[in-house]
Each structure stands twice: as structure tokens, then as C-alpha cells.
Design a protein around this ligand. Structure first.
Ligand SMILES: [Cu+2]
Length: 473
């Protein structure tokens, strides 16, 4: 639920905080009251109560920031502040964000809107906001030191510009970016077309989310901000599977998914069961001649992609980043490959020394989805999520597109698991198994003639300088 803080009320928490930082009451009175969000759930689309009409987006595990109309200007109030974000049930992170959450609220405006955004800094260091992708006066671009002084702690700055083209945008700090973005400061921005647009099709459901990555040690709460590549949490809107809500649509809906990437690596976003078209980028709608069907779109660092498709196949369709390490939750990367190693007898002996010890990974890593090894407090399970057929074995950047005939227009509530028609689920085969066909050539040599038929088959052996001797590492 939205929680409105009464700025002028004697007991208002923000009144106290901002007054202590030396902002006059007159200045406070001119500000739109900040709207805060206390829950990490996907909020219903915010239908515009004032201004020109548009079809609002749905922010996955997020919300849209309400505004105030003042003399024809849409006024928003963003508060940069420390937040506690529940990234998945049982796992909370201490992040920095806006208006109570990370990411901050989505801002939705219409092409041609005059927009005024107040930004109050409740962090302990300078910040600013860069409006990623926007056409605007240079001095509104938000680059600390280059186009404006940083916003000092306790102060409020105001940005004002006209939304000059429809499209998909992001906002994020341009002050101590490495730290502030590693801490979760980012948000989505959608500028809707003011009239039917030849390159922007009207859709029934329009989802958006930001890709973010964090490095939070199991059992701790705060991201390590010096990490450049070796992140251990891969998030959509600062949520990780199974904490990411499903994308619920009605069968035959036209669906749009907008994705922005504020991590340090690219993410091939993959949808099962349907083909989509990239209809827009960070630069705006794409011309029809540049569009082709695909099932995976790579979203590079700093990019946005707008994916459109017709939801014409019922079911529960996986939707995820295709980098397999990005559909896992917190883990050390130093885990050795144990497949094929026989641990029989070892665990029992170690248990006498370390009662909770478990051998992991000798049949693959899927065992870990079912393991009951005690985790430190406040740790996301490495791979989790229960489906109707058992453990899904996924974490991180993974969700489910749920396509249902019975879903009402505008209803985003979770319909539960798909009821498969009889005979349409892969199942165990219990008849006679035919012999698998094998190539006629010598095993392991394919159909090419062997170059040295008499050479014995050996495994690669590496002799290291200094006499060390062993396998590859
Ligand atoms: Cu990824």
C-alpha cells in the first residue's frame, strides 16, 4: 500500500528529517508530498487521474509514482534514501533506493508533458539523477560536476523538462555511480505516445523491469560495492526467483515487456513458447524493416529493449536470462565440479567432525534444490522455487509467463499452475525401448579417418613448471 507521509503534520517523520537538515517550512510547503511504498509486490497499473490519458504499464514487483498537476506541469517527488528491500521471501537487503524501495518507482508521462521532478537527498553523500535516454536541456541531464553540482545530503533539487519523445527510459544517479548503483539506486521511466503512433502498437499488457546485480555475502545484508564482475545475486527489479512475480496475461493478449539493463554485463533474455519482436530500443521505436522474430534478445549494459508478442499459447512459460549462472542465487564461485566423484562413506566420517556437513554436487547440482543444509540467517536459497512437478531449480533472473484463457482483462492476479490438457505432459515411457542408433565408425572418432590409427587414447596431462603435475585447472 502507498503510505503518504504528512509533510506538514507535527509528527511527520520526513518533516523532522528534512527540517533537521535545514530546509525552510516555506520550501517544504511548495513540495508535493513524497509517496512511499512499503511492499515489494507488483502493484496494479496506475490509471492516470489527471493529465492526458494513456495505457499504464505494470512494473514487476514495483509501482508507478503518483504525481500532482500544478499549473499544467506534472510534479513528482523522488526521495533518495536507504531502504530495506525484500529480495525474496526470507531474504532482505539493505539497499539505497527511492521512496522506500529499490528500484525506485516507475515514472509515467505522455509525450509533450511538462515534467517537474523534486529530488530530496536523504543519503549521507552527494547524489544526482540522470534521466537516461531523454532529450532535455543540458543542465537537466544530471551529471554531477559536469552539468550541475551534486545534491548535498538533506537538500532538494528540482529538474524540469518536456518529455520530448515517446519511449522507454531509465533514471539513475550520476554521482558516485559505482557505489550508488551497486546499492540499488535506479528506476524505470516510460513516456507514452500522445496519439496513435505509427511505430508503437497498442498492447493489452505492458510490463517493465530493470536488470540489477548485487554482491551480498550469504548471511549479510549490505552489497559489497567494490565488486565489478563477480556478483552473486542477479535480480529483476531487485527481486530474485522465487521472489519475482509471474507475468500474468490473458490468452491472445498483445503483450509488451520492457527491459533495462543497469548491471555490468549483458543478459540474453529468453522467452519460452512464443516468438517476440524487438519493437523499441533505448533510442525509441524501431522501424518495421529492422524487426525480425526471435526468442532471445540480448540486452547489453546500459540498454533498454522493448519486446512485443501475441500470447497465443496457453501455459506456464519460463522467461529468464539465458546465462545459466544468472538463474542461481548467492553462491561461492569456487565450488569444484564434483560430478562423478564418489563420496560414499566420506560424509559420515566428516559428520563426526562437522555435524551439518553435506556432500554437494556428485550427481550434478540439482540436489542442492532439495537440500536441507542449514543456511545462515537472511540467505536466499541458491536455486529454489517449487512448481507443480517439484523443485524448479532456478534462482535469480527467472520468472514465468502465465497465459490463461480464463484470465479477465486487466486481472493480474496469479491464476495458479497451468492445468495441462490430458496427454500433453512429458512422462515416463514404460514400453520396450528400441536400441539407440549409433554411428558405424569407430567409437569416439566420428566418420573422419583417424590420423594416427595406432596412437593410444590418453587423457590430457599437463606438467607444470616446477615439477607440479596434474589435470587442468
Ligand atoms: Cu543474465
Amino acid at each position: 500500500m502507498n503510505r503518504r507521509r504528512q509533510l506538514l503534520g507535527a509528527a511527520g517523520a520526513l518533516t523532522a528529517a528534512v527540517a533537521a537538515a535545514g530546509v525552510s517550512r516555506a520550501a517544504l510547503a511548495a513540495l508535493p508530498e513524497p509517496v512511499l511504498q512499503t511492499r515489494p509486490d507488483t502493484m496494479p497499473p496506475l490509471q492516470p487521474a489527471t493529465g492526458r490519458p494513456y495505457r499504464p504499464v505494470v512494473t514487476l514487483n514495483g509501482w508507478t509514482l503518483p504525481w500532482r498537476m500544478r499549473d499544467g506541469v506534472k510534479e513528482f517527488h523522488l526521495v533518495a534514501e536507504p531502504v530495506v528491500r525484500e529480495m525474496a521471501p526470507g531474504f532482505k537487503a539493505h539497499l539505497w533506493g527511492y521512496n522506500g524501495q529499490s528500484p525506485g518507482p516507475t515514472i509515467e508521462v505522455v509525450d509533450g508533458d511538462r515534467v517537474r521532478i523534486y529530488v530530496t537527498n536523504r543519503l549521507g553523500e552527494l547524489t544526482s539523477i540522470h534521466w537516461h535516454g531523454q532529450r532535455l536541456p543540458n543542465g537537466m541531464d544530471g551529471v554531477t560536476g559536469l552539468t550541475q553540482p551534486g545534491i548535498p545530503p538533506g537538500k532538494t533539487f528540482v529538474y524540469e523538462f518536456e518529455a520530448r519523445r515517446p519511449g522507454t527510459f531509465m533514471y539513475h544517479p550520476h554521482a558516485d555511480e559505482m557505489v550508488q548503483m551497486a546499492m540499488g539506486m535506479m528506476g524505470f521511466w516510460v513516456t507514452h505516445p500522445k496519439a496513435p503512433h505509427p511505430l508503437i502498437e497498442e498492447v493489452d499488457r505492458d510490463f517493465c523491469f530493470l536488470l540489477a546485480s548485487y554482491d551480498i555475502d550469504p548471511g549479510s545484508y549490505t552489497p559489497k560495492v567494490m565488486t565489478m564482475l563477480d556478483f552473486n545475486l542477479w535480480a529483476w527489479n531487485s527481486r530474485i526467483f522465487p521472489g519475482i512475480d509471474p507475468l500474468v496475461v490473458r490468452h491472445m493478449d498483445k503483450v509488451r515487456i520492457r527491459v533495462g539493463n543497469l548491471t555490468m554485463t549483458n543478459h540474453p533474455i529468453h522467452l519460452h513458447g512464443h516468438e517476440f519482436t524487438v519493437t523499441g530500443t533505448d533510442g525509441g521505436p524501431t522501424p518495421p524493416g529492422s524487426r525480425w522474430p526471435e526468442v532471445t534478445a540480448d540486452v547489453a549494459v546500459g540498454q533498454m529493449r522493448q519486446l512485443d508478442f501475441l500470447a497465443d499459447e496457453e501455459g506456464d512459460w519460463a522467461f529468464h536470462c539465458h546465462k545459466s549462472h544468472h538463474t542461481m542465487n548467492a553462491m561461492g564461485h569456487g565450488v569444484p565440479t564434483m560430478i562423478g566423484v564418489d563420496h560414499s562413506g566420506i560424509a559420515g566420517r566428516i559428520n563426526r567432525l562437522i555435524p551439518d556437513y553435506m556432500v554437494m554436487g556428485e550427481r550434478g547440482m540439482k540436489d542442492m534444490t532439495e537440500m536441507e543444509m542449514p543456511l545462515p540467517d537472511n540467505t536466499a536459497p541458491m536455486m529454489a522455487g517449487q512448481g507443480p512437478f517439484g523443485a524448479v531449480g532456478m534462482g535469480g533472473m527467472f520468472s514465468v509467463l502465465k497465459v490463461r484463457r480464463g484470465q479477465k482483462p486487466g486481472d493480474y492476479s496469479d491464476p495458479g499452475w497451468f492445468a495441462h490438457p490430458p496427454g500433453t505432459v512429458a512422462h515416463e515411457y514404460t514400453g520396450d525401448a528400441p536400441e539407440p542408433t549409433r554411428p558405424a565408425a569407430a567409437p569416439g572418432r566420428g566418420s573422419m579417418p583417424a590420423a594416427t590409427p595406432s596412437a593410444p587414447a590418453v587423457e590430457v596431462q599437463i606438467r607444470k613448471p616446477g615439477g607440479g603435475h596434474g589435470g587442468h585447472h
